[in-house]
Design a protein around this ligand. Structure first.
Ligand code: ADP
Length: 396
């Protein structure tokens, strides 16, 4: 079955056309600068060079129509006719408490997603625009919404409640939701298979370390805790996000620097993290290079990042009263041997031993722990689009 997977942002739209039987992408691409003067469609058919098309895309419907044109184009297309697209899977960031699973999109579902807009004002409205644009251009094609938050809906109250007056949970649903759910779900289940564990009797920690980063504790296949919270700002140190800080710092900076709440949220989301600490870059490739050149700030940023990862792993080992396997995934987790080695060095107390040679791997499913390590540690590349496509097929 051919499934179009759509991840729609406010001015961008990422897509992949996936053959769910072959489990591979036939084409991947991105529309950038939707609604601006000049936009771009970057389209890469599998095994071929990227095609860049410059065009003004006034709105998302025009962007989707350009994607459909690219997919059926005589030269760089990958299907002969649009009727070959049998389903569309949409990534939706926030499903609140309404969605613990992926769901077929109906008018009621759209209404329920709209009701979660408050919780993700930058993402959900954009996701809905993508859904509507596809609906208007592909009238009879079934569509499915796959939520970033759904996998974490199994967290117990003791994990998801903040110690605020309970009224705020009742009135506004302020609680921990967690994100990257498709990745944590896919990687934990893959890790169980790869390590020969029975998922229903397993304790797995997934470290999704990308530009955005989060860790989850997956007990018997269910998320019981995760590092991101009410929004994707909390938890680990990230490329440009601060992760956990003392909330009083917000008031302190506001007064000292005469900043508004909006300015501080911008600071915490876009100017902090590895970027803010290192004053070099948010990208670990640049940080590694700077460290190799003796840059002290880059080294400190790296250490703060690793230390935070270690503290979350330690916390989640305690939450589950043990751990069978730890998986590293996403851009940094899959590609940075030093991050993995430094994290695991702290975890000697768990009987973890890393095979230095195996740990040099980048982007390939690999066991990086030694055969006598008490906990299995592996690199498991994530594939959120394939997971969305699979969920879409399963529901239909
Ligand atoms: P997101 O999906 O959150 O944007 P990704 O999972 O794609 O992020 O991760 C992107 C990050 O992965 C980059 O910012 C960079 O820090 C890191 N990364 C990518 N390739 C490498 C590499 N070869 N070595 C170290 N880090 C890498």
């Amino acid at each position: 079955m051919k499934v179009l997977v759509i991840n729609c942002g406010s001015s961008s739209l990422k897509y992949q056309l996936i053959d769910s039987d072959a489990k591979e992408a036939l084409a991947i691409g991105l529309c950038e600068r939707i609604g601006l003067d000049v936009g771009y469609l970057k389209h890469t058919p599998a095994g071929q060079d990227k095609v860049v098309i410059e065009a003004k895309m006034d709105n998302h419907e025009i962007a989707v129509s350009m994607v459909l044109e690219a997919l059926t184009n005589k030269e760089h297309g990958v299907i002969a006719d649009l009727s070959e697209i049998q389903a569309v899977g949409h990534r939706v960031v926030h499903g609140g408490e309404k969605f613990a699973k992926s769901t077929i999109i109906t008018d009621e579902v759209i209404k329920a997603i709209e009701e979660c807009n408050d919780l993700a004002p930058l993402h959900n409205p954009a996701n809905l625009i993508g859904i509507r644009a596809c609906q208007s251009l592909m009238k009879d094609v079934p569509m499915v919404a796959v939520f970033d938050t759904a996998f974490h809906q199994t967290m117990p109250e003791k994990a998801y409640l903040y110690a605020l007056p309970l009224d705020y949970y009742d009135k506004y649903k302020i609680r921990k939701y967690g994100f990257h759910g498709t990745s944590h779900s896919y990687v934990s289940s893959r890790m169980a298979d790869f390590a020969g564990l029975d998922i229903n009797n397993s304790k797995i920690i997934v470290c999704h370390l990308g530009n955005g980063a989060s860790i989850s504790a997956v007990h018997n296949g269910k998320s019981i805790d995760t590092s991101m919270g009410f929004t994707p700002l909390s938890g680990l140190v990230m490329g440009t996000r601060s992760g956990d800080i003392d909330p009083s710092i917000i008031e302190f900076i506001a007064k000292k620097e005469n900043k508004t709440i909006d300015a501080i949220m911008h600071l915490l989301n876009k100017e902090s993290g590895i970027h803010g600490l290192s004053e070099v870059s948010s990208d670990f490739r640049d940080i590694n290079q700077a460290m190799n050149n003796g840059n002290e700030k880059a080294r400190i940023a790296f250490e703060v990042f690793v230390y935070r990862v270690v503290k979350y792993i330690g916390g989640f080992v305690a939450s589950m009263n043990g751990v069978d396997a730890i998986a590293f995934t996403a851009g940094v987790g899959e590609n940075d041997p030093k991050v993995r080695r430094d994290v695991c060095e702290y975890l000697g107390y768990l009987g973890i031993k890393i095979d230095e040679e195996a740990n040099q791997v980048r982007g390939e499913e690999t066991m990086i722990s030694t055969s006598d390590s008490k906990v299995k540690v592996a690199v498991i590349p994530t594939n959120e689009e394939l997971t969305i496509a699979k969920e879409t097929v399963a529901l239909l």
